[in-house]
Structures are given as C-alpha cells and as structure tokens.
Design a protein around this ligand. Sequence first.
Ligand code: PAF
Length: 282
Amino acid sequence: MQTLTQTEDVRRQINDWRRAGETIAFVPTMGNLHEGHLQLLGRARCLGDRVVVSVFVNPMQFGAGEDFATYPRTLDEDRRNLEINNVDLLFAPDVEEIYPRDVADMTRVDVPHLSDILCGQFRPGHFAGVTTIVNKLFNIVTPDVAVFGQKDYQQLQIVRRMVADLALPVNIVGVATVREPDGLALSSRNQYLSLEQRQLAPVLYRTLCQVRDRIRTGDSDYAALESQAVASLTHQGFRVDYFAVRRRDDLGQPAGGDHALVLLVAAWLGKTRLIDNVEVSA
Ligand code: PAF
C-alpha cells in the first residue's frame, strides 16, 4: 500500500491505473478505523480494481466548541489496518494541503435544505463542510464508485443529492451500519463514553426498534411516536436533539402515501453526541 500526502502524487498514481484500464473505488474517512470502516473497505474491494482510502479529519465540518482538536487520530494503526485489508492507496493529507488558505476563506459546496434539517439544525455549517471535502476528494481521486456508511444516513442522502445536482461521475454506495452485540452502532465517538454511559447507549437503538415495530404494526401517528420516543429517552438520561420519522429519499415529513421511511435520532449522553437510524416500510 502506498501512503501519499500530496494531491499531485495521488493524481499521478490514479492516472497510471486509469491508463491500465483499472477502476477506482474510494472510501473517504476521518481515520480511527473500526469494524464499520472495514465493512466499507470490503464493499469497495468488490466494486473496483483499486481501493483508495482517505484519512483526513476535516476542520470545515466541525463547529466551534465541537471535538475537532480531540477527535482520535490514530494514523499509524489505521495504516496497518488498511494494509492488512488490501487497500492500494492511502491519501492522508495535512490541513494545509486541503485548505491552503484560512478554512473560512475557502470555496464551499452546499446542498440547501437537506443540510439544514435534523443534524444540520443542531450543527450549522456541518454538512457544507462534509460536501465541500467530499467534493474536493472526489476531484482528487476521481473514483468510479465511493462507499459511505448508512450510520450517517443524512450525510449519505446529502452526498447523493450533491452528486446528482452537480452531475458528478461517481456511483454512491451505502453500506449497512455495523453494531456491537448489544445494538450500539459502531462510532469513533463511542470511546468518549464512560462505563455507565456505555451501558445506557444501546437504549438508543432499542428505542428505534420499538418505534419501527409500532409502525410495522400499523401505527401512523408519527408525531405521537416521535414525542413518546423523546420522552422515554429523556427519562432514561439522554438529552435528545431530535427523534424523527422521515421519508428515506428526501428526509421530508411523511404523508399518507409514503411507505419507505427512516427513523433518525441524535441524542447526547454527557458530552458525547450519538446518532443512529433504522429504515422501516410503513
Ligand atoms: O463520515 C465521515 O467520516 C466524514 O464525514 C467524511 C465523509 C469522511 C467527510 O469528512
């Protein structure tokens, strides 16, 4: 596996592979790789001749007071993991390579509306940071296919929308969330949880499953289901940003004829913000 830090070196390598007729599958990450990321690599391996992974903790997608400075950076361990998993190229640029000027002065890519709801309401500017970096990485790596986790459901839908709106020549593939045996979705941020919080955390997924089962058995009073879920989570010790029943494709409020739904939740345990989701067919 090659590790490259410079855009021009990545472009040169990708051009060589393209001249040889090879296709490129890309997995963008912020590093601190866990089993969830390894599933993305496995899918990427099936989708392209060459697998490229980026590790970049992107300052543009962190708000003031968020965990940019403390986000776990484990590049040496990540590199070993990627090597074992047959990745061809790791792109690990530093901040100056991606943002040669002040981050606030850089051009942005913004997907309106979809970026302002749900997590966007609580993390203003976050998704513009995501779409900007994903767009820039796509321009550098020029992948045929890019693989994202469904755990970040809103992010995945926003990236799909950006790709459609800007006619970017890349297929976007979503991969199912990987969970601990007790149901907690894998996330680099789980390591921030205290022992007590870690024991409580699976309640988030259990609540999603309970609401999913109610919808499956015909309950369509989504507003009541949402407020009951918020009340139950709050009672058990979470500080809930939102619990929402939405259409899958545009994350809008479901109307009578909408059957392909997703339940999304964001809630805090202490200083740790957890997100999760499950799809349901009404
Ligand atoms: O999901 C992530 O890890 C990040 O948001 C991404 C897509 C790598 C962009 O920084």
